[in-house]
Design a protein around this ligand. Structure first.
Ligand code: SF4
Length: 378
C-alpha cells in the first residue's frame, strides 16, 4: 500500500521547532520531512534557529521558495512586492502568506497524500492557517484533539451515529460503552450563522467522548476515516492514536532548552528606558522582519535592535499611495520621539497591569501572537 508522506513545516518560531524535537524523540519511526518556506526577509536569528534544529534532527530542513521568484533569481518578497505594484500585504490582503508560504508548500507536496504536523499547543484555541487541499491532512500532536476541525465535524455528524457506535463496539464495552452510546445519541444542534457557538457545542460533545478514553476515540476516528480518502487511511496503524499527552507553553520551552536547540534569539528580553523607568521588550514572532502583524513595541524593538532592517522596512512604504505597514501611521511617523515615548509608556502600563494580575509570560501576554499566522509564526 502507498504510504502517505509525513511533513512538518518549520516557521522559525518556537512551537514548530519544539514539535520537530518532540516527534523525533517520541516517534523516531515516523519518517518526517521538514521544510521551511523562506520569504527572504527573515531575521538572522530565524536562520540560526533552523541551522541548530537541523543539527539536532540530523536531517535537512528543505528551503522552499516561490517558483516564480526562484526562476528569475529574485528575492521572493521583492518579486511579489513588484508584481503587486508596491501594494503592501495586510491582514485583509494576505498575499504574502499565500504566495510565499502556502503556494510553495502545496507545490512541494503536489498530489501526494500527505500528513502535515501542526504545532498548535494544548493551551491554544485556534485552528491555524492550514492547507485545505484534499490530499493534505493536518494533525495536531500537542493538543488533546489531534484531528482537524473538519474531521471532528464528520465524526460527530448526526448522520454518522450508528457507524460511530459500531466502531466503538470494537474498542469499549460495559458501562463505558453505554455512556459513549448515550453521548453519541445526543444530536448536535447547530445555529445558523453562529460558528463560534456551533464550535462550542461540538467541543462539549467531543470533550465528553474524550473523557471516556482518548486513545479509544482516536481509534474510532482512525477507523471511521478508512474509506473516506484521507491520507491517514493509507496507514495500517498510527502511533499518535495511543498518545494522550498534552503539551503547553512550558513544555515547549523545556523541549527547546533540553535539546539545546534553544529558543530563537529574538525572544531574549532586553531592557529599555522611558521616563526614568525600565521596561523589557523582545520580538515574539518569526516571519518577515517587517510583518504587519507586529505590535508597535516590536517595531520599536526592530528600530533599536536592527536599525538597518527598520530602514529597509521604511523603504517599502509609499505614503502618497497610502501603502504603509501600519494603518494610519508610517514608520517615519512612528520614529517621532514623542510617539516612541508614548508607545513605550503604553507598553509599560500594559506590562504593569499583567503583573498586577500575577500573569505568567508577561511579554507574551502583551505581545500576543497566538491569533496571528501559524504558517509564519508557529
Ligand atoms: S511574516 Fe507577516 S509579512 Fe511575512 S509572510 Fe507572514 S504574515 Fe506576511
Amino acid at each position: 500500500m502507498t504510504k502517505p508522506k509525513h511533513v512538518l513545516g518549520i516557521s522559525g518560531g518556537k512551537d514548530s521547532a519544539a514539535l520537530a524535537i518532540y516527534l523525533r524523540n517520541k516517534y523516531p519511526q515516523l519518517d518526517i520531512h521538514y521544510y521551511f518556506c523562506d520569504t527572504g526577509k527573515e531575521l538572522d536569528e530565524t536562520y540560526q534557529l533552523i541551522e541548530r534544529l537541523e543539527g539536532y534532527l540530523g536531517k535537512p530542513i528543505e528551503r522552499l521558495e516561490s517558483k516564480e521568484a526562484k526562476d528569475l533569481q529574485k528575492n521572493p518578497f521583492d518579486y511579489f512586492y513588484q508584481a503587486y505594484r508596491g501594494y503592501l500585504p495586510s491582514n485583509v490582503a494576505r498575499w504574502c502568506t499565500k504566495k510565499m508560504k502556502l503556494e510553495p508548500f502545496e507545490a512541494y507536496v503536489g498530489e501526494i497524500p500527505t500528513i502535515s504536523y501542526v504545532g498548535i499547543r494544548g493551551d491554544e484555541d485556534r485552528e491555524g492557517y492550514i492547507s485545505r487541499k484534499a490530499n493534505i491532512q493536518s494533525i495536531f500532536p500537542f493538543r488533546r484533539n489531534i484531528w482537524s476541525e473538519e474531521v471532528i465535524y464528520k465524526v460527530l455528524g448526526n448522520t454518522e451515529q450508528s457507524q460511530i457506535i459500531g466502531i466503538y463496539e470494537n474498542f469499549l464495552s460495559g458501562k463505558k460503552l453505554d455512556k459513549v452510546i448515550e453521548i453519541i445519541k445526543q444530536p448536535l444542534v447547530f445555529e445558523e450563522r453562529n460558528s463560534d457557538q456551533n464550535r462550542r457545542v461540538a467541543q462539549e460533545k467531543l470533550n465528553l467522548l474524550f473523557d471516556q478514553g482518548l486513545p479509544e476515540f482516536n481509534q474510532v476516528a482512525f477507523h471511521y476515516l478508512k474509506d473516506k480518502g484521507y491520507p491517514i487511511s493509507l496507514e495500517e496503524d498510527y502511533p499518535l492514536l495511543h498518545d494522550d499527552e498534552i503539551l503547553v507553553r512550558d513544555d515547549i520551552f523545556r523541549l527547546l532548552e533540553e535539546s539545546e536547540v534553544g529558543v530563537p534569539g529574538y525572544y531574549e528580553k532586553l531592557d529599555y528606558e522611558v521616563d526614568g523607568e525600565t521596561g523589557q521588550y523582545a520580538r515574539s514572532r518569526s516571519g518577515c522582519y517587517f510583518c504587519f502583524f507586529q505590535q508597535k513595541i516590536e517595531w520599536i524593538w526592530l528600530y533599536e535592535q536592527h536599525p538597518a532592517l527598520y530602514t529597509q522596512a521604511m523603504e517599502y512604504e509609499n505614503e502618497k499611495e497610502g501603502f504603509t505597514w501600519n494603518q494610519n501611521e508610517s514608520l517615519k511617523d512612528l520614529l517621532h520621539p514623542n510617539r516612541m515615548k508614548q508607545i513605550k509608556m503604553d507598553h509599560l502600563n500594559r506590562m504593569d497591569k499583567e503583573k498586577a494580575k500575577g500573569s505568567k509570560y508577561l511579554l507574551d501576554k502583551v505581545i500576543d501572537t497566538e491569533k496571528d499566522c501559524l504558517a509564519c509564526f508557529g
